[in-house]
Design a protein around this ligand. Structure first.
Ligand SMILES: Nc1ncnc2c1ncn2[C@@H]1O[C@H](COP(=O)(O)OP(=O)(O)OP(=O)(O)O)[C@@H](O)[C@H]1O
Length: 237
């Protein structure tokens, strides 16, 4: 087995001096794939993502990107190494226009960003139409597109999404998943947390079920969808 492109390997840790939230928890994504993290509320899914992004000091385990140990790097330095992260909340600047949000996303770049911006407008045509509107005026699904677009402006080698479909209708969720699949097809592996477990596992190459900060089940999306235990406990039968 070759090393995943991005892996949070056997991570143990919590917030500040508080108790451990993650216990020997592993999440990873391979080149060219979509990996999905599901599990009950409070299972530590967001915490695991934050640990991979360097927003949490892990007491045990390591994070590796493309074979390099990045456990000691700050989130900013991880962005420079090629990680894109879309957090669950406050992931856009509501008072700035859509285009200004994309420009802000390119903060680490000193080269010409126009080609990337056009690629993002191609991927999310509605953002081009609304590029001069305040992002706060957009619908929930459109805001999530802004957030993903903003992260893509750094030309990441891997994209991490924390509940990209939170609070949107089923139709908008399907559209967002289609866009996410398109991003993956451009060669950017995607590691994402999802509440909509069944739908997310349907598009997942790899799935992780976390329970109380631990890996409970791991497999391909298909395997997890077919697993009677997973179905009964996490997919509503
Ligand atoms: N900033 C924080 N400081 C301290 N504890 C936190 C913090 N954020 C989360 N926690 C705790 O960590 C545990 C895991 O929360 P986390 O948000 O990672 O779970 P989750 O699986 O993402 O849940 P949800 O699906 O509800 O978003 C919870 O007990 C939560 O109270």
């Amino acid at each position: 087995m070759s090393e995943p492109f991005l892996i949070g390997d056997s991570m143990t840790g919590g917030y500040g001096k508080g108790p451990d939230i993650l216990h020997d928890c592993t999440i990873a994504v391979n080149r060219g794939e979509i990996a999905v993290i599901v599990g009950p509320n409070g299972a530590g899914k967001s915490t695991a993502m934050k640990a991979v992004f360097g927003m949490l000091n892990v007491r045990g385990g390591s994070v590796r990107l493309d074979g390099e140990d990045i456990t000691a790097l700050s989130p900013q330095d991880r962005v420079i190494k090629g990680m894109g992260f879309v957090p669950q909340n406050q992931n856009i600047f509501t008072s700035l226009t859509v285009e200004e949000n994309l420009e802000m996303g390119a903060f680490i770049r000193t080269d010409d960003i126009r080609v990337t911006m056009e690629q993002i407008y191609h991927l999310f045509p509605i953002l081009k139409d609304k590029r001069n509107q305040a992002a706060g005026e957009l619908s929930g699904g459109q805001r999530q597109q802004v957030a993903v677009g903003r992260a893509l402006m750094t030309q990441p080698k891997v994209l991490m999404l924390d509940e990209p479909t939170a609070g949107v209708s089923p139709i908008v969720m399907d559209e967002l998943f289609d866009r996410i699949i398109e991003v993956a097809r451009t060669g950017i592996p995607i590691l994402m947390v999802e509440q909509n477990a069944r739908q997310a596992l349907e598009i997942a190459d790899k799935g992780y079920v976390l329970v109380q900060g631990r890996n409970a089940f791991t497999g391909t999306g298909k395997e997890l969808l077919a697993d009677p235990e997973v179905r009964k406990s996490f997919l509503g039968g």
